[in-house]
Write a protein that binds this ligand. Structure first.
Ligand code: COA
Length: 185
């Protein structure tokens, strides 16, 4: 069956998509709704990204970033404003969920201002302190830093087995990797 001209297609991103991804993300970043992304960051993280195409035009994107054995973060989710409210955000989150399932990662998280949208995608609000420190690695690039007002939300894929995630012990050279533990305070 041929897809109709306006059927949104979700597919992994390629280098050709980076200028459109940057434009969409940074148009929202200018309004303070998400973090700016440079071309350098986007090329580096390209394998994490999927895009949504409508009529051969990229109109949305998201990335799934692996944090730890049992946690991945939905990042850089953005839909071009004129395409809001057509189910594209939900399709992109569904891609992230399937990608987490493929990787056998049981929990997805998001730091967001869009609680109602993520509610609709099945995520629940959790205390920020329950997330591992590595999640905050982007905070150094955020102008808000200590005044972070994003909401932490998590979706658990209960059909996946619980994994015994290794803890972040020092490497043989004695250098601790920047995931310490689940913060308790
Ligand atoms: C958040 C965002 C990705 C949603 O994309 P979208 O394509 O408009 O969302 P969808 O059309 O898939 O909406 C899915 C559902 O969420 C609801 N929804 C979407 N945005 C909402 C909002 N701001 N408030 C309340 N409900 C919302 C829709 O009504 C829809 O509900 P339904 O399933 O009952 O019909 C988009 O608004 C966006 O790009 N925002 C700016 C960037 C941003 O904040 N990204 C999140 C960073 S974590």
């Amino acid at each position: 069956m041929t897809a109709s001209a306006t059927t949104p297609i979700i597919r992994p991103a390629t280098v050709h998509d980076v200028p459109r991804i940057a434009l969409i993300i940074n148009s929202h970043a200018e309004l303070g709704r998400m973090l700016f992304k440079s071309y350098a960051q986007l090329y580096e993280d390209l394998r994490d990204f999927a895009v949504c195409e409508v009529d051969q035009k990229v109109v949305g994107c998201t990335a799934l970033s692996v944090i730890w054995a049992d946690l991945a973060e939905v990042r850089s989710l953005a839909v071009e404003k004129s395409f809001h409210g057509r189910g594209i955000g939900k399709l992109l989150v569904r891609w992230a969920i399937e990608e987490a399932r493929r990787l056998q990662i049981r929990r997805l998280m998001s730091l967001t201002y869009e609680q109602a949208f993520f509610d609709k995608c099945g995520f629940v609000v959790v205390p920020k302190e329950s997330l591992p420190l590595k999640v905050w690695s982007d905070c150094v690039r955020c102008p808000k830093q200590e005044q972070c007002d994003e909401i932490a939300m998590v979706l658990t894929l209960h059909d996946l087995p619980v994994i015994e995630a290794p803890d972040a012990t020092p490497t043989p050279r004695g250098v601790s990797i920047p995931v310490l533990d689940y913060a308790e305070d």
